[in-house]
Write a protein that binds this ligand. Sequence first.
Ligand code: UDP
Ligand code: MG
Length: 318
Amino acid sequence: MNHILSVIVPTYNEADVIATFHQRITRVMQQLNCEYEIIYIDDGSEDETLFLLNQLREQDPCISIVDLSRNFGKEIAMSAGLDHCIGDAVIVIDADLQDPPELIPALIDEWKNGYDVVYAQRKKRHGETWLKTKSATLFYQLLWKISRVKIPKDTGDFRLLSRRAVDALKTLNEHHRYMKGLFAWIGYPQKAVMYDRDPRASGETKWSYWYLWNFAIEGITSFSDMPLKISTYIGTIAASGSFLYGIYMIIRTLIFDNPISGYPSIIVIILFLGGIQLISLGVIGEYLGRTYDESKRRTLYFTKGFHPSLVYKDKDKK
Ligand code: UDP
Ligand code: MG
């Protein structure tokens, strides 16, 4: 049976690498001897990316382009790709060559062995700062501990999905899409393939530390209600502590009378409780904000156009 493969590539301001990337991925795909399409999702790039993609498409009929109406972020760009692909197996890969296309045959082998989600797991991260590597490791460890869904450590979005995994993902229409978590959430047989992560080929990362921090909060709030529980527990502990201290004060006053003292302890307690209350409110706010966003049920994204590949058109005719 002849399979069709789809490769999904979210691109945002990748003009510097896009041609090199396309060359490299094409070399890999051609060796596979099967029909394939490469879907570039232009995530509202401000540079030449879209122009270059259109140029590439004139020479290569295997290219599809989904042109988003603005920058929606990588998670939504990936979802747009999943919505438009037709492959029996779908590969999600970054355009900056940090995910080596040469690993794709290994992913496909595991898919043929019956796995629905085959994710590439990093052995090493090249070309990233110590702080970024360290904070990423710590974050994934924390998420692993507090989340009900077991999100694999040291994996990016680079992975292969079977058709039924893609169809499952397409039914999830939440706005706060932490894709790494959703990939794990759908279940099905999953398998890791190890690889070395390369440094970015060119251009620079779009993720500042502030962005990563928010991404981390997204991951935690989407897949764990542990922070809510923690604030409840801290609140309970602080309240019981204050209660015991209150009893102690009453007894001490009854026995030793009340010399006017205790100003420092009162201030300490007030500040302590005030702090805890603000933190808890903040935590609740994070969840409430997300509930609010989801309750609007907005369309996930808009496209300016979809330019399908030849494979897609052929499939349509059948
Ligand atoms: N990307 C995107 N939309 C964005 C930011 C990034 O589609 O708003 C794409 C980007 O073009 C690349 C991939 O997502 O193909 C990963 O981005 P990046 O290399 O900046 O992330 P990092 O590798 O540092 O995690
Ligand atoms: Mg990158």
